[in-house]
Design a protein. Structure first.
Ligand code: UD1
Ligand code: UDP
Length: 354
């Protein structure tokens, strides 16, 4: 069996890492295509190195651009690869432009699609990710859902065939690499931080980063943060802060994006996490660190229901207080599986194609 895996952005390297190893361990041939959407060393290469992800067989080098530019360039490149390599399956992850491009190219050439992280919904169609998810799920053959909520979401859309509850592959990565980070990461010493004395912050969603008023409101409110906020800045946000002529206040400590090991260690030792990232909300929950999410809604509803995640979109001015005393909970269930998702997915594919 020959699989063509499509990845392109930071969270997809993290999701693909453990699955890639599981596929190869189980004798499934995998060709890896990196669309090149993320290309800075600290947005791409560092994850391949730290997680031991095999080098991509193809890099389409699509780079930055509009949604149409990125998706179209990826679509074209992936179509060529499918025609040349004739894979039995195209494997896509999550909800980026690489996801929809991979799925679309495969469906038009009648190649079955496996979607890892199927069924998630924010029900907010102004998010590009929501469009990518909904469309990818409609044309996927195998829908690997991380949660039972995702399975239910698909059912509501009439999608029941090929749906599997597998758990979340990000749990596999987090469980494995947090142990590695404990031995290897020196980020706390490097930044002179004591555990639980700081907050960790990431912002990159267009609804926040592309909106000057929103960014300014956030920076002004966080000026009064009672603890330092470590801020690994996503390149999108860095670019927009500069374009908007905004600067972080002293309570905020901007740093370059960090690798996965340092990120696991920063997350685990943070007092609180402030983010608009999808993956980081879930990682906060898994590390049992309270999370404040700068979005009106979330796909990871379990984190909110269990009391670890607070949606603060319209409560920006309350942030200093929330950082001082973030809501925490004693409920922490294994909604996302127990770290075996990559093996489960591989098992299903192996059985189906044998
Ligand atoms: C993309 C995904 C988003 C995901 C995020 C993860 C889509 C539609 N969006 O958003 O779902 O949450 O990745 O991080 O696919 N840039 C660099 N260097 C890089 C990459 C980007 O400088 O290596 C800058 C460029 O100025 C670029 C901007 O960041 O224009 C945005 O990058 P892009 O890949 O378009 O979208 P993300 O915001 O990263
Ligand atoms: N991440 C990282 N270094 C950073 C910021 C994030 O390793 O400086 C990891 C984070 O731990 C998570 C993933 O990147 O596993 C989330 O990616 P991102 O927030 O870019 O995208 P999203 O999950 O919102 O799509």
């Amino acid at each position: 069996m020959k699989t063509l895996t499509i990845i392109g952005a930071r969270p997809q390297f993290i999701k693909a890492g453990m699955v890639s190893h599981a596929l190869r361990r189980n004798g499934i041939q995998e060709l890896l295509c990196h669309t090149g959407q993320h290309y800075d060393d600290n947005m791409s290469m560092v994850f391949f190195e730290e997680m031991g992800i095999p080098q991509p067989d193809y890099n389409l080098g699509v780079g930055s651009g509009s949604h149409a530019e990125q998706t179209a360039a990826s679509l074209r490149g992936i179509e060529d690869i499918i025609l040349k390599e004739k894979p039995d399956l195209v494997l896509v992850y999550g909800d980026t432009n690489a996801t929809i491009a991979g799925a679309l190219a495969a469906s038009k050439l009648h190649i079955p699609i496996a979607h890892v992280e199927a069924g998630l919904r924010s029900y907010n169609r102004t998010m590009p990710e929501e469009i990518n998810r909904v469309l990818t799920d409609v044309i996927s053959t195998y829908l690997f859902c991380p949660t039972s909520v995702a399975v239910e979401n698909l059912k509501k859309e009439g999608i029941t065939k090929g749906v599997y509850l597998t758990g979340d592959v990000m749990v596999d990565s987090l469980m494995h690499f947090t142990k590695v980070a404990e031995n290897k990461s020196t980020i706390l010493e490097h930044l002179k931080l004591e555990p639980k004395s700081y907050g960790l912050m990431t912002i990159h969603r267009p609804a926040n980063a592309d909106n000057r008023g929103k960014l300014l409101g956030l920076l002004n409110s966080l000026e009064k943060s009672p603890i330092p906020l470590i801020f690994p800045i996503h390149p999108r946000t860095l670019k927009l802060l500069s374009e908007f002529d905004l600067e972080a206040h002293p309570a905020i400590r901007p740093i370059d994006p960090v690798g996965y090991l340092d990120m696991m260690w920063l997350e685990k030792n943070a007092k609180v996490i402030l983010t608009d990232s999808g993956g980081i909300q879930k990682e906060a929950y898994l590390h049992q660190v309270p999370c404040l999410t700068v979005r009106p809604e979330t796909e990871w509803v379990e984190t909110v229901e269990d009391g670890w995640n607070t949606l603060v979109n319209d409560r920006i001015e309350e942030l200093p207080e929330l950082i001082q005393s973030p809501p925490i909970s004693i409920r922490n269930k294994s909604h996302y599986g127990d770290g075996q998702a990559a093996e489960i997915i591989t098992g299903i594919l192996k059985e189906t194609f044998s």
